[in-house]
Design a protein around this ligand. Structure first.
Ligand code: NAD
Length: 272
């Protein structure tokens, strides 16, 4: 047995894996957290929202799946809180085997009017938090010889749209970070991949429809038909369940050779 292998802190085979999903009180993150819980992983939820609603979500997932589900309200703009999020999950569940960097926000406006504060917030939440969380979880994954890092990027990690300068910049950054960490984890059983969804009908998308209508001089219905669904050859929204199913597969042993990939789940958007 090589020194590297003997140093690994192995987890008993029958012990459930532990996953953190950032931004999982809503939308894609919630769907991914539910899918991982159904696959038998203990889950740490994170994100903002009404305390009572979050507790109801936590309790429902735990009841429906039989796994342990905890919640940590760490603000993804705060590096120290992100480190504590990872440490808290390690203490509660013994490890962080799966990290899904999902938390994200959007702002739509022409560059000349783009607020500096929105630029800073989008870079912090959509890009820098991915660095801070991954950095905090990476050492433990390497030591145990297993890890799955899944970054929820976007089709906008691969192509651009006007009026989304900060978001497109952050998501392209996430795809670059994903490739780098894939190389650093490759000999340690740690994979790192980006999922690049097209449009998924979540609060993040619903909130940007009025701003996009204003920026493009369209009605909101025109935005849905001519901007959102027009981008996707399938003319259908992607679903959170489709993203969750891919995340579960990426966590499997069968996905051990998939690393450094930017996997499009976008109804053919970036193929055009
Ligand atoms: P959403 O608004 O439904 O959920 C965002 C989640 O992030 C929520 O749980 C929210 O509380 C959390 N969050 C926001 N700011 C936070 C902060 N500072 N700290 C901690 N949590 C915070 O949005 P969504 O559509 O589910 O988006 C999830 C991810 O998927 C984002 O990274 C987004 O860019 C990406 N994405 C979404 C779409 C889409 O069409 N909806 C497409 C491609 C990529």
């Amino acid at each position: 047995m090589s020194e590297k292998v003997s140093e690994k802190v192995s987890k008993p085979e029958d012990q459930a894996k532990s996953a953190i999903v950032t931004g999982s009180t809503s939308g894609i993150g919630l769907g991914v957290a539910e899918a991982l819980a159904r696959a038998g992983m203990n889950v740490t939820l994170n994100g903002f929202g009404d305390a009572g609603e979050i507790e109801a979500i936590r309790a429902r997932i735990a009841r429906d799946t039989g796994v342990e589900v905890r919640y940590d309200g760490a603000d993804m703009t705060k590096p120290e809180a992100i480190r504590r999020l990872v440490e808290g999950a390690e203490e509660a569940f013994g490890s962080v085997d799966v990290l899904v960097n999902n938390a994200g926000i959007q702002h739509v406006s022409p560059l000349e009017e783009f607020p500096e504060a929105k630029w800073d917030a989008i870079i912090a939440i959509n890009l820098s938090s991915v660095f801070h969380a991954t950095k905090a979880a990476f050492g433990g994954m390497k030591a145990r010889g297993f890890g799955r890092i899944i970054n929820i990027a976007s089709a906008h990690g691969l192509v651009a749209s006007p009026f989304k300068s900060a978001y497109v910049s952050a998501k392209h950054g996430v795809v670059g970070f994903t490739k780098t960490i894939a190389l650093e984890g490759a000999e340690h059983g740690v994979t790192c991949n980006a999922i690049c969804p097209g449009y998924v009908k979540t609060p993040l998308v619903e909130k940007q429809i009025p701003d996009t209508a204003k920026a493009r001089g369209m009605t909101e219905e025109e935005v849905v038909q001519k901007v959102i669904l027009a981008a996707q050859p399938t003319k259908e929204f992607v679903t959170v369940e489709q993203i969750g199913a891919l995340a579960v597969f990426l966590c499997s042993d069968d996905a051990a050779s998939i690393t450094g990939a930017a996997l499009q789940v976008d109804g053919g958007w970036v193929a055009q």
